[in-house]
Design a protein around this ligand. Structure first.
Ligand code: AMP
Length: 442
């Protein structure tokens, strides 16, 4: 083992450094706020689950289950998988904890890391984060349109006003098999020209032929029969109502007959949200072979609860990719306030000053003042330079003399004016000064 080799984070993962945290905190805050405003409560499920949960929900013939799961055997020989997505766990929890006895529909949201073994590329990671909203226990199409609105509201609250909604219906257990037959018939003498993945999909999951990103495959898919033309009456009416409710909310959308999404559990409505910059690619007006920047997606999954051993429970939800949202926020220069705005820098001199600065730090903190320490430094100049750098309004200085008198100097950083104040008055004095507007520098 080469011990001098620098160990790096695993491929497709990254650290969220303190400088980035304000974006993450903003997303978490907005998700909690929007959740509360629309009656959704937070749920946290384990980061790993039994592998069969995803095999039965996401689907054995999907890319996620076939190629992308981090699956491992425990010492007890159980097969566990790091969750590749959030919905299956939420529905598992709904069934396991008897949430069907709560007033329906149950509205839940989650935020957390997901894991997929993908080829890392721009905006595609092996550990990434999603927030998701799930509404379980109601089949009315108004909720499909309302949930899309909630996703858009969350994006707007994060400063992302320009997004594109693509929508489709993929039918249900009644009409999808009919469409599947028509699709297989269309592809029958074209399979040879398709990519290796599509050759496999043709046999195992023909619906996925529609959203292959390979250039030639997507050309063939473009002429495939349309799903919406094969919907049964119930699914057609449902879809029509969803579009009407979207119109009512003045939400514009693109109908995308090839939108099927990568997970098997969807029924009826499916949708995806993109950054507006992807509009050209989505409408086929771009020569670029780039994929559109998908921010999130979701849909109805009326059969999932039953697939997982629960009662027949209509439900729907969406998940958004947090890395992509944050990268778009940065690209659009969206201002996010700093997490901590230090107000006071604590400077100490000499051993007695250093000792006293420990209790003074606690006094200031308990008094609600945001204080930064510099316990390890000796030199007053370097401490004042550090205070200047982080732009605090005041430095509080405890030297040998002040420490003996149980007092400290308050120094106004811009003017350099100083005043000695006893320890027991210092919190109130600082609070009084901090309430006043800072002097305008000339
Ligand atoms: P999905 O669960 O596949 O529908 O994905 C929902 C959203 O999660 C996508 O629109 C992306 O924004 C995000 N996402 C999915 N997979 C990844 C990944 N590997 N890396 C980064 N973001 C991802």
């Amino acid at each position: 083992m080469d011990k001098s080799k620098i160990i790096q984070a695993p491929k497709g993962t990254f650290d969220i450094l303190p400088t980035e945290q304000k974006y993450w905190e903003k997303v978490r805050r907005v998700v909690a706020l929007v959740g509360a405003q629309y009656g959704f409560e937070r749920i946290d499920t384990p980061i790993f689950e039994g592998t069969d949960l995803f095999e039965r929900s996401v689907g054995q013939e999907t890319d996620i289950v076939e190629k992308q799961m981090y699956t491992f055997k425990t010492k007890g020989k159980d097969s566990l998988t790091l969750r590749p997505e959030g919905t299956a766990s939420v529905v598992r929890s709904y069934i396991e904890n008897g949430l069907n006895s709560w007033p329906q529909p149950v509205r839940l949201y989650y935020v957390g890391p997901m894991f997929r073994y993908e080829q890392p590329q721009s905006e595609r990671y092996r550990q990434f984060h999603q927030f998701g909203f799930e509404l379980i226990g109601d089949s009315h199409p108004i909720y499909d349109a309302w949930l899309i609105n909630i996703a858009l509201v969350a994006l707007r609250e994060l400063g992302l006003h320009k997004t594109v909604v693509a929508i489709n219906s993929i039918g249900d257990a009644k009409c999808r098999p009919v469409y599947r037959k028509a699709l297989v018939a269309y592809y029958k003498n074209k399979v040879g020209q398709l990519c290796e993945d599509c050759k496999r999909r043709y046999k195992t999951n023909p619906l996925r032929l529609l959203d292959c990103k390979e250039h030639h495959c997507s050309e063939v898919a473009a002429k495939a029969p349309n799903l919406v033309d094969h919907l049964c009456e119930e699914c057609r009416n449902h879809f029509k109502s969803v579009l009407e409710y979207l119109d009512e909310q003045k939400i514009s959308y693109m109908l995308n007959p090839h939108l099927v999404r990568g997970l098997d559990y969807y029924t009826k409505t499916v949708f995806q949200l993109y950054a507006e910059e992807s509009l050209e690619i989505l409408s086929g007006n771009s020569n670029s072979h780039k994929n559109p920047l998908e921010l999130g997606g979701g849909g109805r999954y009326d059969m999932l609860a039953q697939q997982l051993g629960g009662k027949n429970t209509p439900a729907l939800g969406f998940a958004m990719g947090i890395e992509r949202i944050i990268s778009l926020m940065r690209k659009n220069n969206i201002k996010v306030s700093e997490l901590k705005k230090p107000e006071v820098f604590l400077v100490q001199l000499g051993e007695l000053g250093r000792k006293k600065s420990l209790t003074l730090f606690e006094k200031l903190r308990e008094g609600g003042i945001d204080v930064v320490e510099s316990f390890g430094r000796d030199n007053i100049k370097s401490q004042l330079r550090a205070a200047d750098k982080i732009k605090v309004r005041y430095a509080v200085i405890v030297g040998q003399k002040e420490a003996l008198e149980e007092a400290a100097i308050i120094r106004e950083m811009t003017s350099g004016t100083q005043e000695t104040i006893p320890f027991d008055k210092i919190v109130n004095e600082l609070k009084k000064r901090l309430r006043q507007a800072p002097p305008v520098s000339s």
